[in-house]
Write a protein that binds this ligand. Structure first.
Ligand code: SAH
Ligand code: TRP
Length: 328
């Protein structure tokens, strides 16, 4: 009989004082521009991460359940093809869908380590604790950090790795940064490593818009939570009720935009930055884009980053796509 191994958890944080500066710098830079904008990573404090999990359960948010369905049918061939002993997941969040991949690796007998990378510390710690309970012998090496800056801190590989970037999060980069990100990712991939990438697909704009503006108002709360983060972390005095959630599909660029719109004129003080910001009535602050993909856009982005598509999986209704690629 195989000995039963202790699961081990090691969590390292690469977010430090410099990252409190990141929020401050992003606010200073983004809220003094003619078109106000903040990067989406600041949506995910503990409360934001909880709200995101609630979004994933909404009837309008087809992405999570569709991607899970695709993973269920394809995990086994993916694992067989990649021979991965290690799963490295970027923007891992609650790591629920991840289990489909971990199960397939366990069944194939290759599973050794899971490496979640996420800016949200509470999320990484909670997911790691649940996983070592459910996967005896699994080593979890959590990396709390920014996947745009901290991929150099991944642990030394134990063998062929499967990198996963799920949930359509790749769509949250604007096109140029998206390619830069993929190039950076390719650089840390070894020959023999693979990337499993979840991308939302271009479709009827009404279906997409509903997914980002649900009838229960959870997405609105998630978006507005960014203002609570600024109030708490930077001593700002946003009147959160004076802003409303806006989501629309930009048909030309084929991405959805999330914004916060001032219902009327607002004056905001950001104490930590000694900064005063004015919003005119109906002025908007962009908090996120979520780009939607065609096969051509996906191939183009992968190729520009030196990656080649191995397989492209979709659900029968073609709502979502999961691609497998490797270094060219
Ligand atoms: N993979 C999960 C969660 C997607 S939500 C799913 O598919 O449902 C996006 C996740 O990425 C969140 O957990 C968020 O905390 C994380 N995230 C966002 N920006 C990040 C960044 N710049 N660096 C690292 N993690 C980030
Ligand atoms: N990665 C998710 C997506 O693009 C994030 C997300 C879902 C999101 N709903 C949101 C971000 C609403 C901001 C507001 O689908």
């Amino acid at each position: 009989m195989e000995p039963i191994l202790e699961g081990t958890v090691e969590v390292r944080s690469y977010l430090g004082l410099a990252d409190e500066r990141t929020l401050a710098d992003d606010v200073l830079d983004g809220l003094t521009r003619p078109l106000k904008e903040l990067p989406p990573k600041h949506l995910y404090d503990a409360r934001g991460s909880e709200l995101f999990d609630a979004i994933c359960e909404l009837p309008e948010y087809y992405q999570t359940r569709t991607e899970r369905q695709i993973l269920r049918t394809q995990a086994k061939p993916v694992v067989a093809r990649t021979g991965a002993v290690e799963l490295v997941e970027l923007g891992s969040g609650s790591a629920d869908k991840t289990r489909v991949l971990l199960d397939a690796m366990r069944e194939a007998g290759t599973l050794r380590r899971y490496v979640p990378v996420d800016v949200s510390e509470t999320t990484v710690r909670a997911a790691a604790a649940r996983l070592i309970d459910d996967y005896p012998g699994l080593a979890v090496h959590g990396v709390i950090g920014d996947f745009e800056r901290h991929l150099t801190h991944l642990p030394e590989p134990l063998g062929p790795r499967l990198f996963a970037f799920l949930g359509g999060t790749i769509g949250n980069f604007p096109p140029g940064s998206r390619r830069r990100f993929l190039r950076g990712l390719r650089k840390v991939m070894a020959p023999g490593d693979h990337l499993l990438l979840g991308t939302d697909v271009v479709k009827d704009p009404h279906v997409i818009e509903a997914a980002y503006d649900d009838s229960a108002g959870v997405t609105a709360q998630f978006n507005l939570n960014m203002l609570h983060v600024l109030n708490r972390e930077l001593g700002a005095n946003f009147d959160v009720d004076a802003f409303e959630h806006v989501a629309f599909f930009d048909r030309k660029r084929e991405w959805i935009e999330m914004r916060l719109r001032a219902r009327e004129e607002q004056h905001v003080r950001v104490e930590a930055l000694n900064l005063d910001i004015d919003f005119s009535a109906r002025e908007e602050l962009r908090t996120e884009i979520s780009a939607k993909f065609t096969p051509g856009r996906l191939r183009g982005d992968l190729a520009a980053a030196g990656l080649e598509l191995v397989e492209l999986y979709a659900d029968p209704d073609k709502l979502f796509a999961v691609s497998l690629s490797r270094r060219r």
